[in-house]
Design a protein around this ligand. Sequence first.
Ligand code: DX5
Ligand code: ZN
Length: 221
Amino acid sequence: MAADILIAPSILSSDFSRLGEEIAAVDRAGADWIHLDVMDGHFVPNITFGPPVVAAVRGASEKFFDAHLMIEPADPYLEAFAKAGCDGITVHAEACTHLHRSLQAIRDLGCRSGVALNPATPEAVLVDILDRVDLVLVMTVNPGFGGQAFISSMLDKVARVRALIGTRPIRLQVDGGVTPETLPALVRAGADTFVAGSAIYKGGTEGAYRANIEALRASVR
Ligand code: DX5
Ligand code: ZN
């Protein structure tokens, strides 16, 4: 299981004044994916960036650009994020009235489709869309900010989502409070793709990012 783990640094915790360099640094430091947290000040109580910024930093890394859209509505912006260079686009179930259509639209744009669930959202919402989703994101904090405490009751939810996914080729991602301390239990529960912001960007240098990513991987070796 550990060999299949993907680490996706969230640039939310990076130095935004040097965003391109910060993405290149985690790329060289061993990131598998680059996680892009898009917030609209409406679906979540914070605002970050949109497609022009994604396009501007696309050249900083060739790794998979994993966009996490915390925006409502999401549908009007899917094409712009795809054109900006996102490889995967994850929308929130709570923000999409026609979730089935939104996920198909993401695939039709040539991207991998993802669906995110807030901590309070039951996994039952997944049952009828599993055939058009490439990634399920179980939020392990309430979205909006980096550096929040991991909600440990989400471990049971991760296990229930893993059971729902079964043998389908769907990644099970977790986001929020992921550290070397919380990661092992998440792996045991069935998660395979790990977003981490503050745990990776702490230290502020490429050497620190390398050590931080290695500490996450080492926690399950
Ligand atoms: C929270 C974002 C996360 C956030 C995680 O709304 O979706 O990606 O950056 O930050 P940490 O790893 O610090 O909890
Ligand atoms: Zn995120």
